[in-house]
Write a protein that binds this ligand. Structure first.
Ligand code: 5GP
Length: 205
């Protein structure tokens, strides 16, 4: 019998929309049955962040060497730092039939759209632009200069919504998580994803 490959799930959206919070909530649920791909970054760890848990924290030269070696599925420069998805982990996990969940910004999502068009693309949207700005300022983790850059970037990022399959409004974290889980469940029933298995059954494989 043909083993189905795992589903690559891409959660993306503007900075400050709450991707990290939604992702952490999803992974704190006992019934989560997809694997989180830990990203690499050159930014400094925030207070409480742990290397190998929140990110793999790398020096710029290390990150650039990985790009050269083709070790990243996608990468992007975001407000002065590199962020990227390690390729090997994603392939190994998908090949083992497990779903992989990425939480990344929009430039990286656009690269994956090119490389893996059968991935599932979910755009997390803010209830309003005012709310998005308030969240970026209220988070208190960045300097005024960095916040201003992130707000400017967020407006451009909102325009990228058209690249995605689904839009989930993050009005409440629990609501957003419910919608994401429903989308993933439905995606697993999509005819294109399951028909190979049935065709091989019909052939007696
Ligand atoms: P932060 O510095 O707030 O942790 O992340 C900044 C942005 O980078 C967020 O939008 C986050 O989703 C995104 N990001 C995190 N990991 C990756 C990655 O591997 N690739 C890309 N392209 N973006 C990422």
């Amino acid at each position: 019998m043909i083993k189905e490959r795992g589903l690559l799930i891409v959660l993306s959206g503007p900075s400050g929309v709450g991707k990290g919070t939604v992702r952490k909530e999803l992974f704190s649920q006992p019934n989560t049955n997809y694997e989180y791909s830990i990203s690499m970054t050159t930014r400094n760890p925030r207070e409480g962040e742990i290397d190998g848990v929140d990110y793999f924290f790398k020096k710029r030269e290390e990150f650039e060497a990985l790009i050269e070696q083709g070790g990243l599925l996608e990468h992007a420069e975001f407000v002065g730092n590199y962020y990227g998805t390690p390729l090997a982990y994603v392939h190994e996990t998908l090949d083992a039939g497990r779903d992989v969940f990425l939480e990344i910004e929009v430039q990286g999502a656009a690269q994956i759209r090119q490389k893996a068009p059968d991935a599932l693309f979910i755009f997390l949207a803010p209830p309003s632009l005012t709310e998005l700005k308030d969240r970026l300022v209220g988070r208190g983790t960045e300097t005024v200069d960095v916040i201003a850059k992130r707000i400017a970037t967020a407006s451009e990022e909102l325009e990228m919504m058209s690249l995605y399959d689904y839009v989930v409004e993050n009005d409440e974290v629990t609501n957003a998580c419910d919608r994401i889980n429903a989308i993933i469940k439905a995606e697993h029933c999509r005819r294109e994803r399951v028909e190979k298995r049935y065709l091989s059954m019909l052939k007696g494989e």
